[in-house]
Unconditional design. Structure first.
Length: 167
């Protein structure tokens, strides 16, 4: 028995080739992102179109995985908002980075100053340190709005967790 096989745990599954399709669980594990976040991103980024087989099972192409990695990095590492990443992917530039980024947490006076807030937008239910969420689309039920807020809160918590892990 050689030394490397004694130290490494046995892999639970064989390694796929880079050109192989991947299931949502494989992509979620590789990107360290929950599966429901990947499904949410599919609703926000029309460029993500995994192949769906019988029973709705998703298979991600290699280019889908690369796009998901880019979305994850832009959201969690670079601090873009969903809307900012949408604009960036649509336009193909990084010129909108400053306006797409959330407000820096070190500027609490912008949160406290009433003159800078928009009167027609409800304040987010989230704590002050979170970026302001865009208003929910019209026509959503109360349950859908609550679910959307829960997803937003989870995304913020996940982003904060990743920032703390990187620090």
């Amino acid at each position: 028995m050689d030394e490397t096989s004694a130290n490494d745990p046995a892999p639970s599954r064989a390694r796929k080739s880079p050109s192989a399709f991947r299931t949502i669980s494989e992509v979620a594990t590789d990107l360290d992102v929950p599966q429901h976040v990947l499904r949410f991103w599919e609703t926000k980024f029309p460029q993500l179109k995994p192949l769906k087989r019988g029973g709705g099972r998703r298979y991600y192409r290699p280019e889908d995985v690369l796009l998901l990695q880019r979305v994850r990095d832009l959201l969690y590492r670079d601090g873009y908002t969903i809307k900012g990443v949408q604009r960036l992917l649509r336009d193909g530039t990084r010129d909108t980075k400053e306006e797409a980024k959330p407000a820096a947490p070190s500027m609490p006076e912008s949160v406290e100053t009433e003159d800078t807030t928009h009167k027609d937008v409800e304040p987010p239910a989230a704590p002050v340190f979170e970026p302001a969420a865009p208003p929910a689309p019209a026509g959503l039920s109360t349950a859908q709005r609550e679910e959307l807020e829960a997803i937003r809160a989870e995304l913020v918590a996940l982003r904060d967790h990743l920032k703390n892990a990187a620090a």
